[in-house]
Design a protein around this ligand. Structure first.
Ligand SMILES: [Zn+2]
Ligand SMILES: [Zn+2]
Length: 284
C-alpha cells in the first residue's frame, strides 16, 4: 500500500503535530473538565465524585500507557543485515532495496517497510503494525470509552450551566461559534470561559469518540478474520487461523490482560510475536 505523493515532509510534520496536539488537548481536557469542573456540579456526594474520578483516571492510564507503548514499539522492519537468498514468500521492496517478510508493506510517510502493516496513524506519528497493534486496539477502546463518557458528562453540565439541549433554533445556535459570541455579548455572563471551553471540548470528543469506536470495531473485525486492511481489500485469507490463534498472534497468550492494563512487551510473552507465515524469519 502506498500513500499519495502530495504528502510531502512539511505537510506530514504539520498533520502529525495537529494529531498529537489534538490527542493531548482532548485527553487532559477530559480529565480536568470532568474531575474538577463537571463532577462537583453534577454530584453532591463526595463518594460519587471519588469513584467516578478513579474510574476516569483508570481509563486515562490505559489511554496514555497504550499510547506511549504504541509509539515506543515501532513496527519497522530493520534487519540490520541484507538477506540475499530469502524464502520464496518474501518480496522485494524497490524503495528500501531489500527483501522483506510476508505481510510487510512499505509506508511512504514512515519511509520504511512495516511488518504486518495495518495503517499509518497520525496520532502515533508512525505506522500501526506487528509490534504496536497490541497497544493500538486497547488504545482505541479506551479513547472511545473516555470520550463518550465525557460527552455525556459535559452535555449534562452544559445543560445545567449554559443552554438547555432541545430542538429550538436558539438552543442549536447557542452551541455554534456565532451563538457563543452572541451570548457572550448580549447575555452578560451567561457564558463563561469554562463553558466555552467545554463546548469546544465537546466538539473534539464527538469526532474522537465516534472515530475511535469505529476504529476499534474495524480492528476487531479484521482481527477475527486474521487480516490487515490490505489483505481485506485484496481478499486474502491465508493468514486466518481461527479467532483464538489470530488474537494470540497479535497480543500473545494472555491477550485479555492487554485490555485491563497496558503491559510493556516481553512481560506477557517471552518470545516476540512474528507475523503468521514467517516461521523462518528471525526478528533481529
Ligand atoms: Zn520498503
Ligand atoms: Zn507509516
Amino acid at each position: 500500500m502506498t500513500q499519495p505523493s502530495f504528502l510531502n515532509g512539511k505537510k506530514v510534520a504539520f498533520i502529525h503535530i495537529v494529531g498529537v496536539a489534538y490527542f493531548f488537548l482532548a485527553t487532559f481536557g477530559v480529565v480536568y473538565s470532568c474531575i474538577f469542573i463537571a463532577y462537583p456540579v453534577l454530584y453532591i456526594e463526595p463518594k460519587d465524585i471519588q469513584w467516578r474520578s478513579i474510574c476516569l483516571i483508570y481509563v486515562f492510564i490505559n489511554i496514555i500507557g497504550n499510547y506511549f507503548l504504541g509509539i515506543l514499539n515501532k513496527s519497522n522492519y530493520a534487519p540490520g543485515i541484507q538477506v540475499t537468498d530469502p524464502p520464496k514468500s518474501w518480496k522485494f521492496c524497490s524503495v528500501c532495496d531489500r527483501y522483506c517478510p510476508p505481510r510487510t508493506h512499505h509506508c511512504e510517510i514512515c519511509k520504511a517497510c512495516i511488518l504486518k502493516r495495518d495503517h499509518h496513524c497520525f496520532f502515533f506519528c508512525q505506522c500501526v503494525g506487528l509490534r504496536n497493534q497490541r497497544y493500538f486496539i486497547p488504545y482505541t477502546l479506551y479513547v472511545a470509552l473516555g470520550s463518550l463518557h465525557a460527552m455525556y458528562i459535559l452535555t449534562a453540565y452544559l445543560n445545567m450551566k449554559y443552554v438547555t439541549f432541545k430542538f429550538s433554533i436558539y438552543a442549536i445556535l447557542s452551541y455554534t461559534l456565532p451563538g457563543i459570541v452572541y451570548n457572550w455579548v448580549y447575555t452578560y455572563g451567561n457564558i463563561t470561559l469554562t463553558t466555552a471551553s467545554c463546548i469546544l471540548l465537546l466538539y473534539l470528543l464527538f469526532s474522537a469518540g465516534f472515530g475511535s469506536l469505529f476504529l476499534f470495531l474495524a480492528q476487531c473485525f479484521l482481527l477475527v478474520r486474521g487480516q490487515t486492511p490490505y489483505e481485506y481489500h485484496k481478499n486474502i485469507h491465508i493468514f486466518n487461523h481461527g479467532v483464538v490463534t489470530n488474537l494470540t498472534q497479535v497480543f500473545g497468550r494472555f491477550w485479555f490482560l492487554h485490555f485491563l492494563i497496558p503491559f510493556p512487551p516481553n512481560i506477557l510473552s517471552k518470545q516476540s510475536i512474528l507475523p503468521c507465515g514467517t516461521s523462518n524469519y528471525k526478528d533481529v
